[in-house]
Ligand binder design. Structure first.
Ligand SMILES: CC(C)(COP(=O)(O)OP(=O)(O)OC[C@H]1O[C@@H](n2cnc3c(N)ncnc32)[C@H](O)[C@@H]1OP(=O)(O)O)[C@@H](O)C(=O)NCCC(=O)NCCS
Length: 197
């Protein structure tokens, strides 16, 4: 599939409309077009990143956003969406890599993200996350298809959890990845991990 990953140009109204449409395809996350538009406008502000995957017909078929935090050492990846008809062809993975490259070039050491468990897809749902928190995260398993597995394949690891983020027993799973090859003074830090696992 012919595909380019380029920055979303806010002046390109067609691309912008398509990017908003991609979010609206997921009403559980973005229930209204105004909310989706606000998300895209936020990403087009200075110091943020919004990359889109454009197919051979110049249609936006995926987007990824990046927001700097912690003086730019840590970037949050949000949102990440691939058009439903184009999922399963490696576009999500390419968008993640492109954001990692862009954030890394801007000084990021780490990328973080949150992936919600709204429908008991993982072992972190419907349990007391204040008990044995670290153990539960370390031994986390998926019961059904969940984006957690996608991110794990991209080299991300669970680094925390926000209990009840989406209602009782429905957590937000925090994941992270070190993207910088710059070595820390701490010998205990794990090496930078590759893309596929
Ligand atoms: C999650 C999402 C971005 C993945 O994009 P994609 O282009 O379909 O993913 P890719 O084709 O690059 O997949 C890479 C690998 O992850 C796997 N994968 C993708 N989505 C997965 C999921 N939901 N659950 C489990 N594995 C998944 C693929 O099978 C593939 O595995 P392989 O390399 O062993 O073949 C896409 O499904 C999507 O837009 N979902 C709706 C929005 C969403 O959930 N965003 C994330 C919110 S936190």
């Amino acid at each position: 599939m012919k595909l380019q990953i380029i920055p979303l140009n806010g002046q390109n109204r067609r691309h912008k409309r398509q990017a908003i449409g991609l979010l609206v395809e997921n009403p559980n996350m973005w229930p209204a077009a105004e909310i989706a538009r606000a998300v895209i406008n936020t990403l087009l502000a200075p110091n943020r990143v919004c990359l889109c995957a454009v197919d051979g017909n110049d249609n936006v078929v995926g987007i990824v956003g990046g927001l700097p935090d912690y003086d730019g050492f840590v970037w949050e990846m949000h949102p990440l969406v691939v058009k439903k008809t184009h999922q399963g062809h490696g576009i999500g993975r390419r968008l993640v890599r492109a954001l990692e490259r862009e954030a890394g070039a801007r000084g990021a050491l780490t990328i973080i993200l949150g992936t919600d468990d709204m429908d008991s897809a993982t072992s972190l749902s419907d349990v007391n996350l204040y008990d044995n928190t670290g153990g539960r995260i370390a031994n986390m398993t998926c019961r059904k298809r969940h984006a957690y597995r996608f991110y794990k394949k991209c080299g991300y690891r669970a680094i925390g959890v926000i209990p009840d983020a989406n209602g009782p027993g429905k957590p937000d799973i925090l994941m992270g990845k070190r993207i910088s090859k710059r070595r820390s003074q701490l010998a205990t830090l794990t090496p930078v991990e590759g893309g596929k696992s």
